[in-house]
Design a protein around this ligand. Structure first.
Ligand code: G4P
Length: 569
């Protein structure tokens, strides 16, 4: 079948290129007129569909130190994308697994970048979108979550649910993203598994269903019973790559032979408890983001990771339809659509160019084919788009819905930009959240004011932070999630734009996007609060509240005004 398709494709390519060189749009029109075009179209559609269906694009999210990097590494190991024996994590692997390209990352030893790791596993194409562990870059993580079809949350068994995980789960909930949970570090003493399950349910506000059950923990950890496949996985700390899986019914007397009478009894009681207390695992509920399957394991010793991955490829969603402003885009549509969710500067320190990360939402992306940059209303083609296979970047010829493509960029793209085969589409869902910290940005070198302006504009387009311009005095306020972002901005303005900035304090609590159907009240509010009104980068009205009390009073006094804490409402 594949050969047939290849043959047909080469034939059609020969004919079409004779007539219409280089124009994909025209080529498509031509194809539809050709007599054999229908067969080809069907065959093409079949491969397109198969390619898209086998894609799994997800992010791993966790509070720092829960084991996200370790789990990512182990997944890459199973995918054959990296080869390192044993569980000891060398710094080299850690760096490449987290794409530590930016100079500033090297200086600080913190991975501030969100990168992509693709690999093949059991005939599935897996794309892991890594997210920065540091909480100051949470905004980056929020945006990455708009580009994934599902999420794996890693929780440390001793620490339970921590702040960062709670916040990120809120974003998943907003978008009904399907979530799986991996309770990590079972080789260490931690909380009771049922207490952890309760905590997950309560803190993450999602129904949970354990699909594996741990047998003891810490030094006495014996392994897990896989309720999903009715098998026993015995933990062998010395054997760190693949755990031994034995198909045993939980009621079989074989169980005692492997884990002893007492643990077998406890395990059966616990399995019964699971059946009584937790809902049956329902894939539809999982896909709707209403039920999270839970796995227990130890990423460091590669235990429980394969089970997680095997179940993941089976139940996790392939690319889903995406809501654009104009219509819902189905991933299996032939025409290409995609949006930029991330712009990464200076990945290669020898070249100062950026890489724009595109999430393909539908169809197939091809190298050297013209696509429409919707905001510019202009055709562009890309001669060296990159794929991210494990720790390597490589030039790609084609990519399908679900994949992430890196486009070398010299300032053409902004976060949220759309590329298509020709349609005018705008994707929704790249919200800005109210920053937590605010500072006035001032020019510290009057000779370089143009450079500063350009630098600020480009960094904001990259989504490094948010810019608010005070409507009263025109002063520029930068809003961030954490202190580190201010340092990144200052560093990058100097090193990339030769501009120097100075920060001045401003006492603000929150930025709220405001709207109202009551025009008179809105006008009155803006007049009364004129000193605290600003425009965001898209020119929308934002109220900068000085304190939670002031915000509360404003909400009370102006009942017809809606105060939003993110830009997507
Ligand atoms: P993060 O990306 O979520 O921040 O976490 P990371 O994987 O870097 O793991 C944080 C620490 O937890 C690391 O130790 C790592 O080895 C350890 N760890 C991860 N998974 C497990 C596990 O299943 N069991 C145990 N016992 N430890 C685990 P570190 O000492 O901070 O770093 P390193 O020197 O090992 O690199």
């Amino acid at each position: 079948m594949k050969n047939q398709i290849r043959f047909f494709k080469s034939q059609i390519n020969k004919i079409t290129t004779q007539h219409y060189q280089n124009s994909q749009i025209q080529r498509k029109n031509f194809v539809s007129l050709h007599p054999i075009s229908n067969i080809i179209r069907i065959l093409y559609k079949m491969t397109l569909q198969q390619e898209i269906q086998r894609r799994r694009t997800f992010a791993i999210i966790a509070h720092p130190d829960a084991g996200k990097t370790t789990l990512t590494e182990k997944l890459l190991l199973f995918g054959g994308a990296i080869h390192i024996a044993g569980a000891v994590k060398s710094n080299k692997i850690k760096k490449s697994a987290t794409s530590d390209w930016m100079e500033i990352e090297k200086q600080r030893g913190i991975s501030v970048a969100t990168s992509v790791m693709g690999f093949e596993y059991n005939n599935h194409k897996i794309n892991i979108l890594d997210t920065p562990g540091h909480q100051d870059f949470a905004e980056d993580t929020y945006r990455t979550l708009t580009a994934v079809d599902s999420v794996i949350i890693v929780v440390d068994v001793a620490k339970g649910v921590e702040t960062q995980t709670r916040k990120l789960m809120e974003v998943c909930r907003m978008r009904n993203t399907p979530v799986m949970i991996f309770v990590n570090k079972m080789d260490r003493e931690g909380k009771d598994p049922f207490d952890i399950l309760d905590e997950l349910e309560e803190e993450l506000k999602i129904a949970v269903r354990p699909l594996t059950l741990p047998i003891d923990s810490g030094e006495r950890f014996k392994g897990v019973y896989n309720l999903y496949q009715n098998s026993l996985d015995l933990y062998q700390p010395s054997k760190q790559i693949v755990s031994e899986s034995i198909n045993i019914d939980i009621h079989s007397s074989e169980l005692e032979k492997h884990i002893g009478d007492s643990l077998a009894k406890t395990l059966r009681e616990e399995a019964e408890l699971v059946t009584e207390v937790y809902p049956e695992f329902d894939r539809e509920a999982y896909l709707a983001g209403k039920l999270a399957p839970v796995f227990f394991g130890s990423a460091l010793t590669t235990f429980g990771v394969k089970e997680l991955l095997d179940c993941f490829i089976e139940i996790a969603p392939s690319p889903k339809p995406v809501q654009a402003e104009e219509r819902v885009v189905n991933p299996y549509e032939e025409a290409l659509t995609g949006f930029i969710f991330k712009i990464h500067a200076n990945m290669d320190p020898n070249h100062r160019s950026c890489i724009a990360f595109v999430k393909i939402c539908s169809g197939k992306f091809e190298r050297n084919v013209n696509y429409k940059h919707v905001r510019f209303n202009r055709l562009m083609k890309f001669s060296s788009p990159t794929a991210f296979m494990a720790q390597k970047k490589e030039i790609l010829d084609e990519a399908f819905a679900g994949d992430i493509v890196g486009l070398p960029d010299n300032g053409n793209f902004k976060i949220g930009d759309t590329i298509t085969s020709g349609e005018n589409l705008h994707f929704k869902g790249l919200p800005s959240f109210s920053p937590e910290m605010f500072k006035y940005i001032e020019n510290a070198d009057p000779m370089k004011s143009k450079q500063l302006q350009r630098g600020i504009d480009q960094l904001m387009d990259e989504g490094v932070a948010q810019l608010f311009t005070n409507q009263f005095n025109g002063r520029k306020i930068i809003g961030t999630v954490g202190q580190l972002q201010f340092e990144v901005i200052q560093y990058r303005l100097l090193h990339e734009y030769g501009a120097q900035c100075r920060w001045e304090p401003v006492n603000l609590y929150k930025a709220c996007w405001i709207e109202s159907d009551n025009a008179a009240q809105l006008a009155d509010f803006k007049k009364r609060k004129f000193q605290y009104m600003a425009h965001d980068k898209d020119g929308r009205d934002v109220f900068l509240a000085e304190s939670s009390y002031i915000l509360m009073m404003a909400q009370q006094d102006f009942k017809d005004i809606k105060f939003h804490f993110n830009s997507e409402f």
